[in-house]
Design a protein around this ligand. Structure first.
Ligand SMILES: [Zn+2]
Length: 248
């Protein structure tokens, strides 16, 4: 009955900034019980969400207590080559299933293909004449194929365990989400970027999106579903959120 009033209050947000040790921290006060700290892409912006009644001194103390963690993650962003445009040249690093690999460009006149070599290299067999766009296309096609292999295993496994069925699963490059679920169409979208992350993160996203076929909202019931099927989901979420903002 009072659902809509509650919702209105939920949306009360106060934003401010605190600077500590040369780091700008955006403080968001809203109707929540716990503090949430995030370092966000693309530049390692720091955001802390705090309960609406928490005073600035307490917020400041909290940030100071987490300063080491913040600095570590901010530095990670500064070092991260994630947004650097790839050139597809030998020696360039690329992430695959959570590990860093070095690219080997191998001149090859046959059909272009890519293979993992010795858990260390990504061997990219391609014509010498291939341009950047062409290489990019071949590489992302390979990433997609690799992601599909993993996804099919997880979908078969988790649809069975969770007792739900999606009509369709599709892959696309997304900037702000790891996955989405169109509940009415029972269609799940998975971010192509996930092929760069550890497979347990991919598995967690599959479980999360399938859970939406049971419960639409991120409410208590949803959390209970996640706790049941993926007891470690909070740590996977944290691992992923350090790299990309997401509602997952
Ligand atoms: Zn969700």
């Amino acid at each position: 009955m009072f659902g809509f009033l509650r919702k209105k209050f939920d949306k009360t947000v106060i934003k401010s900034e605190i600077i500590i040790a040369n780091i700008v921290v955006v403080v968001v006060k809203k109707d929540i019980k716990n503090l949430h700290l995030n370092v966000l892409p693309p530049d390692g912006r720091v955001r802390v969400s705090v309960p609406i009644r928490m005073d600035d001194d307490s917020v400041r103390l909290f940030i100071i207590s987490k300063l080491q963690w913040i600095q570590k993650h901010v530095n990670k962003f500064r070092e991260q080559p994630i947004d650097v445009p790839r050139r597809y040249i030998t020696g360039e690093s690329h992430y695959y299933k959570g590990e860093k690999y070095l690219l080997n460009i191998i001149e090859y006149d046959g059909k272009p293909h890519i293979a993992i070599n010795n858990k260390k290299y990504i061997d990219f067999y391609v014509k010498q004449s291939a341009g950047l766009e062409q290489k990019k296309k071949i590489f992302s096609h390979w990433q997609r194929e690799e992601l599909i292999k993993e996804l099919s295993i997880f979908f078969i496994k988790w649809q069975k365990i969770m007792g739900v069925t999606a009509n369709e699963c599709r892959i696309k490059q997304m900037k702000t989400k790891w996955g989405t679920c169109n509940i009415r169409a029972r269609r799940i979208w998975i971010n192509l970027e996930l092929i760069k992350k550890p497979v347990y993160c991919l598995e967690y996203i599959v479980i999360h999106e399938l859970a939406h076929l049971i419960e639409k909202n991120h409410n208590k019931k949803f959390v209970a579903i996640m706790d049941k099927f993926s007891p470690q989901w909070r740590s996977y979420k944290k691992e992923l959120n350090n790299l990309l903002p997401s509602d997952n």
